[in-house]
Ligand binder design. Structure first.
Ligand code: SF4
Ligand code: SF4
Length: 233
């Protein structure tokens, strides 16, 4: 058993510590009274852009061809003197203040007590308001179901005590999943050091996907052409 899985399973057995995010650098926790507040840390230094996470997510969640719940965007960046490739794994941020939720006219999307933002396909009418409202391009209309679709942190796996498929399959160990309400979890330990960044922090959405090693220039409008996934803005 690797350290990430051991840490996650230990967290599942922990008692509730309320909103005990351990340090001032950690974000506010948007939901009260939940035992867990799931979050992910992505260590960019460990991502090799292999797309194992992308493929495993497609298989796990039956994502139709041409759509992605998660993907690793590849950017070519240059400072004028040197050029480098940057790998940026992207997925729903399970924002504490998620702009995709209030726009839904039928209440088909909401945030669970554990922080996971979900969609009820039975209620969804496929209007795509939430797709437009997400500033991270993390949602899409599933062309097979006609319903809104997105990453759920593999809600079904987490409920069974398993890691999300993308975390389980990451060959570099770049994706770390765990409970921010558990101060002993690996995600809490990393986030509490204050060295992580989130995408578009200026929007106040309080993303719960944290990046280690993310250059400040990459948190906002992404310059350059992603090879697999084109952000809208
Ligand atoms: Fe909603 Fe987008 Fe935030 Fe996910 S990343 S919770 S879809 S606003
Ligand atoms: Fe709500 Fe579905 Fe419309 Fe999204 S696409 S706003 S979940 S009804």
């Amino acid at each position: 058993m690797d350290q990430a899985r051991r840490n996650f399973l230990q967290g599942l057995g922990a008692l509730s510590f309320g909103a005990a995010t351990p340090a001032a650098a950690a974000p506010a926790i948007a939901v009260d009274g939940s035992r867990h507040r799931w979050a992910m840390v992505v260590d960019l230094a460990k991502c090799i852009g292999c797309q194992a996470c992308t493929v495993s997510c497609i298989h796990e969640n039956v994502v139709p061809e041409g759509s992605f719940r998660t993907i690793v965007s590849t950017y070519e960046v240059s400072d004028g003197a040197a050029t480098a490739m940057v790998m940026l794994p992207r997925l729903c941020n399970h924002c504490a203040d998620a702009p995709c939720i209030p726009v839904c006219p039928v209440g088909a999307t909401w945030q669970q007590a554990d922080g996971i933002v979900v969609v009820d396909a039975n209620r969804c009418v496929g209007c795509a308001y939430c797709v437009q409202a997400c500033p991270y391009d993390a949602r899409f209309i599933n062309h097979q179901t006609g319903k809104a679709d997105k990453c759920t942190f593999c809600n079904h796996r987490v409920a069974a005590g398993l890691l999300p498929a993308c975390v389980e399959s990451c060959v570099g160990g770049a994706r770390i999943f765990g409970d921010l309400n558990d101060p002993a979890s690996m995600v809490s330990t990393i986030v509490s050091k204050g060295e992580t960044k989130v995408l578009k922090p200026e929007l106040g959405t309080q993303p719960h996907v944290f990046y280690l090693g993310l250059d400040a220039a990459m948190t906002g409008k992404i310059e350059g052409e992603p090879t697999l996934w084109q952000p809208k803005s």
